[in-house]
Design a protein around this ligand. Structure first.
Ligand code: NAG
Ligand code: NAG
Ligand code: NAG
Ligand code: NAG
Ligand code: NAG
Ligand code: NAG
Ligand code: NAG
Ligand code: NAG
Ligand code: NAG
Ligand code: NAG
Length: 495
């Protein structure tokens, strides 16, 4: 207890490196990947201010221009060898993928490769050269103060990570890690680290309690104590970050900050992954966000912020591997949340009420015939009350297929309790948090513009013989099968 109190007092005197932030990784292995404009619209409605891209896609970087959103661009692993072998190639990469976009797009870092030591070890010999060549190009463009260069590591390069004070980097990689850490230190950059308590928990020999991985409170007899330092660990995330600090100090580097480039929890898995659930994903990510934004640091470095990028924005259905690989996202490709994070008191990142206040609207570029079909279906087999669309009724104007379809498909989405897959309509519909109500045309799902509250189902037909299960089969838009209810109320552990 005394130890904890001392550290809390210390926390008040250690200068923070600036407030920690939460960012999000944007993977794009998604069927019907939203357009860059749609991605940016989602980021804005969710209050997401920091993103990491896995490449430097031009259209995405243009869409991010003038938004204030901070961006990490990446050198994909397959471009690493070329860049690490030629400073001219590195300079060209920076010219095309960085200099062309700043300052209108606020690029803050270049992530060079992804988990290179563990996933592409044959590129390890050129890794530090790649960083140095990219840095030289930034220096030449006078951008090195605002843009940092680093490389994201898997936490699996850290061995013996519990107790954290005994951790060290796999010595095989010392010939890379020592010059790398020298580079990070001399350029004022940070160690990029991917921290996955899920994988630590899933290790065959792991003895990690689920609660410890999920930041839930532990009974005192299960608390993890590092017997060398007497530091108490209440969650795996902090233990891994501290293991990285200790592994660096083992090599005599004591002042390099850590940026967690990936962390998250999958919401669904196959039979061998029973803890990949919506509940656990929600608990992990909600607690992670609160923990990071609280700026409490880790037991070894209290008050030193550890900003973190959540893995990831969208479920990536095109990734291969176990089912969990497709279910790390906070959102479906159509913009609907997979679950509602519990972020009371977490500030302004992520809209708090994504589920309460979402609407289904026609996409702006949608084909008129497809929209007409969606409108006809919703007002017919979908059993939506479309009478507000009739001549003289509040939603008749504007009298366009797009406007009427938006009303009808939204009414269907609300009628279906906004369950997964009910806002798709063969790809012409997408979820928004902007209320499309106008004038006296109040859309189902609206909450109290003027104190009134319209229930999601209040405009549903009075005929009660409907069985939504049958309806789904009629309009087989591809994803009406799941009746997953998004809203999940969980009690959040107070750390
Ligand atoms: C590459 O390195 C060589 C030798 O150090 C140097 O002369 C040249 O200017 C560099 N080229 C670029 C594009 O930085
Ligand atoms: C870009 O991001 C950095 C880091 O957050 C910030 O200090 C800077 O003010 C931003 N620049 C602009 C133009 O928004
Ligand atoms: C250390 O890294 C090497 C090279 O990737 C690997 O073969 C070895 O198994 C690692 N050691 C441990 C204990 O993981
Ligand atoms: C770290 O510094 C200590 C003391 O100066 C020295 O004995 C040790 O060899 C250094 N370790 C490494 C890995 O450089
Ligand atoms: C936030 O930080 C304070 C002190 O730094 C700590 O007492 C509190 O438990 C932390 N809360 C969370 C949710 O991490
Ligand atoms: C989330 O809720 C908090 C407190 O209820 C509020 O201050 C904050 O503005 C909300 N954030 C968003 C994005 O709505
Ligand atoms: C939705 O809103 C109602 C009333 O405003 C609130 O009681 C409920 O907790 C909200 N649900 C979610 C998931 O935010
Ligand atoms: C609420 O607003 C709508 C449209 O602005 C209006 O038609 C309706 O009469 C208002 N209701 C109340 C109770 O003020
Ligand atoms: C709206 O929903 C609430 C709670 O689900 C219910 O008590 C109320 O009767 C509903 N109102 C209407 C008009 O259906
Ligand atoms: C549905 O209709 C039947 C008769 O058609 C009636 O007995 C039943 O109460 C209705 N259920 C609801 C929920 O309105």
């Amino acid at each position: 207890m005394a130890v904890l109190i001392i550290f809390h007092l210390l926390a008040m005197f250690v200068p923070a490196l600036g407030d920690a932030f939460i960012g999000v990784n944007i993977g794009t292995a998604v069927t019907n990947m939203p357009s860059p404009t749609e991605v940016v619209a989602l980021l804005k409605t969710q209050g997401i201010q920091h993103v990491r891209l896995y490449d430097a896609d031009r259209a995405m970087l243009r869409a991010l221009a003038n938004t204030g959103i901070r961006v990490i661009v990446s050198v994909p692993n397959d471009q690493l060898l070329g860049i690490g072998q030629s400073n001219a190639t590195a300079a060209k990469w920076v010219e095309r993928n960085v200099i062309d976009h700043v300052p209108s797009t606020n690029i803050t870092a270049i992530a060079v490769g992804s988990e290179v030591l563990t996933s592409l070890p044959n590129a390890a010999p050129v890794l530090v050269s790649a960083l140095k060549f990219l840095q030289a190009a930034l220096v030449a463009a006078n951008l090195d103060q605002q843009i940092k260069v680093s490389t994201p590591h898997s936490s699996f390069i850290i061995l013996d990570s519990f107790p954290p004070s005994q951790a060290f980097f796999n010595k095989t990689w010392d010939p890379v890690m020592v010059p790398l850490l020298n580079f990070l230190q001399s350029t004022g950059s940070y160690l990029m680290l991917n921290v996955y308590p899920y994988y630590d928990f899933m290790q065959p020999n792991a003895v990690i309690p689920l609660d410890y991985a999920l930041f839930r409170p532990l009974p005192p007899n299960k608390e993890a104590i590092d017997s060398n330092t007497m530091l108490h660990y209440t969650n795996v995330f902090d233990a891994v970050v501290d293991a990285a600090y200790f592994a660096m100090s083992y090599l005599n580097f004591t002042n390099i900050p850590i940026l967690v480039t990936e962390s998250g929890w999958p919401s669904k898995g196959d039979s061998s992954e029973p803890d990949a659930t919506i509940d656990n994903a929600n608990t992990y990510n909600s607690n992670l966000i609160r923990h990071v934004l609280n700026n409490s640091g880790t037991p070894k470095k209290p008050g030193i912020s550890v900003s973190t990028y959540i893995y990831e924005l969208y479920n990536e259905d095109l990734r291969t591997g176990p089912v969990s690989e497709n279910n790390w996202g906070l959102f479906y490709a159509n913009g609907a949340p997979v679950y509602t994070l519990h972020l009371t008191n977490a500030g302004t990142v992520f809209a708090n009420d994504t589920t309460n206040q979402t609407f289904c609207v026609a996409k702006s570029n949608a084909d008129t015939k497809m929209l007409q079909a969606a409108l006809d279906w919703a007002c017919g087999p979908g059993k939506v009350d479309c009478s507000p669309l009739l001549h003289g009724q509040p939603c008749y104007d504007p009298n366009s297929v797009a406007a009427h379809a938006t009303y009808a498909i939204n009414a269907y989405y609300q009628q279906m309790a906004k369950s997964a897959g009910t806002c798709d309509f063969k790809g012409v519909a997408s979820v928004t948090t902007t209320n499309p109500s106008h004038g006296s045309c109040i859309f189902p799902g609206s909450h109290g513009k003027n104190g009134s509250s319209i229930n999601g189902t209040s405009l549903a037909p009075s005929t009660n013989s409907t069985n939504s299960g049958c309806l789904s089969q009629n309009y087989n838009g591809g994803s009406l099968t799941s009746s997953l209810i998004l809203t999940l109320i969980l009690s959040v552990a107070v750390l």
